[in-house]
Design a protein around this ligand. Structure first.
Ligand SMILES: [Mg+2]
Length: 411
């Protein structure tokens, strides 16, 4: 079996999720809602000042790998348009005419070939999309869902926490927790600290004593501010604080984990490969590791990260774990206790690029027995691809038959 073609396309995040913005809620929105927060809070436009954390990313990369027998594997990486160019110009020549089932060898080849300018960021986001497409194809060849290739099911379902949603709605749906983002930070002074506390107090009141509350700081808090906020928020029992400091500040993470006893420290969505995960784990930087399978190097690499974390007794909660790409891994691993829910209703799933998007039932997620990741590109009734319908700004990159390994030799 040989790879005949590789196609890559940039996809904007909003197309993937298509969630209506008015249903999302941030910590800031809560504090603005005041004491009379309605059951469903409408978030105002984000008003945050200059961020010290990572800006929003360039989007995703959809990768299709076509085998000589016509089977197609699909994968979703990161990096948007520049990521698609990495797939087209640098990775495709390494893949054409190779056996798509050789996931380990091909990963190593892609990583070594991009290491001089890669090792993290765009190159790894692109490799992730290819790797996931290769696993999808391999599982389809075997006629099995991906989790069967990972050791089978460790569990039938996994509990879900809802990210940025109306707390009362999330509670009624049976989710184990709610994660809110957009907290006030150091630049907002004492008023911001009070507003954070008021908002968390209100959410705690709305969800009751048993539901988990998580706070995603998107790298904006810093060590001193996080220490103070953890002390202020201790009475409200925050399950974990996510990304309190920048991804490069491993010492800052370690300090927080050592000094804070009232909540757990989570992070790792911007750590790349086993080497990035190792830095966090060996320094005792996180209580919960959150690799993103679509960025850190795909399924091949996330499996290694899971083993590393298991050896440190650190649980894994993959970033965006409720999407099919990580959900197969979560269901196959005893050390992945929770999934992050982003597509939460059938209506949202109907907006997805893919048919087969997993949707939580009574607060639990699972996957079926469809081969691969169980996703297919959704076609419109006239047979057109939904992507074309959406008129995404970045066009398809077709890797034409004339693109041979010889023509693109990087050796
Ligand atoms: Mg996050």
């Amino acid at each position: 079996m040989r790879i005949r073609a590789v196609r890559a396309m940039a996809v904007q995040e909003r197309v993937l999720w298509a969630r209506s913005v008015e249903k999302t809620v941030s910590l800031r929105a809560f504090s603005h809602a005041g004491a009379h927060a309605p059951a469903s809070v409408t978030a105002p436009p984000r008003t945050r000042g200059p961020r010290t954390g990572p800006a929003s990313g360039p989007g995703s990369v959809l990768v299709e790998i076509v085998a000589d027998d016509g089977l197609v594997g699909i994968g979703l990486g990161g990096g948007g348009w520049p990521g698609a160019l990495v797939v087209q110009d640098y990775l495709t020549p390494l893949l054409l005419d190779e056996d798509p089932r050789d996931t380990e060898r091909l990963w190593e080849r892609m990583y070594r070939s991009t290491a001089r300018y890669g090792q993290a960021g765009l190159a790894l986001m692109a490799i992730s999309g290819v790797d996931l497409a290769l696993w999808d194809l391999k599982a389809k060849v075997m006629g099995q869902p991906v989790y069967q290739l990972l050791g089978g099911r460790a569990r039938e379902t996994v509990p879900v926490y809802a990210t940025v949603r109306d707390p009362q709605w999330a509670r009624a749906q049976g989710f184990v927790g709610i994660k809110v983002g957009g907290p006030f930070g150091p630049e907002d002074g004492r008023d911001g600290q009070r507003a954070n506390e008021e908002a968390v107090a209100m959410i705690r009141e709305l969800v009751g004593p048993d539901m988990d509350i998580m706070i995603d700081c998107s790298s904006t808090w810093g060590v001193a501010y996080t220490l103070e906020m953890a002390r202020i928020l201790a009475p409200y029992r925050i399950a974990f604080i996510e990304e309190p400091v920048g991804p490069e500040d491993v010492d800052g993470y370690a300090t927080l984990r050592r000094r804070i006893g009232s909540t757990l420290i989570a992070g790792g969505e911007h750590a790349y490969t086993r080497y990035g995960a190792r830095r966090l784990l060996e320094r005792g930087a996180v209580d919960i590791l959150q690799p993103d399978i679509r960025w850190t190097g795909g399924l091949s690499e996330t499996l290694k990260i899971c083993d590393l974390a298991a050896a440190h007794n650190v649980p894994i909660m993959p970033h965006r774990g409720g999407m099919a790409w990580a959900l197969h891994l979560i269901l196959a691993r005893p050390d992945c206790p929770l999934a992050e829910g982003l597509t939460l209703t059938d209506e949202e799933a109907a907006c997805s690029l893919f048919d087969g998007e997993p949707v939580p039932r009574e607060g639990l997620l699972s996957v079926g027995d469809a081969p691969g990741f169980g996703l297919t590109m959704r076609a419109e009734p006239d047979g057109q691809r939904r992507l074309e319908e959406l008129r995404e700004p970045a066009p398809w990159i077709d890797i034409r038959q004339s693109h041979t390994k010889d023509a693109f030799s990087h050796e």
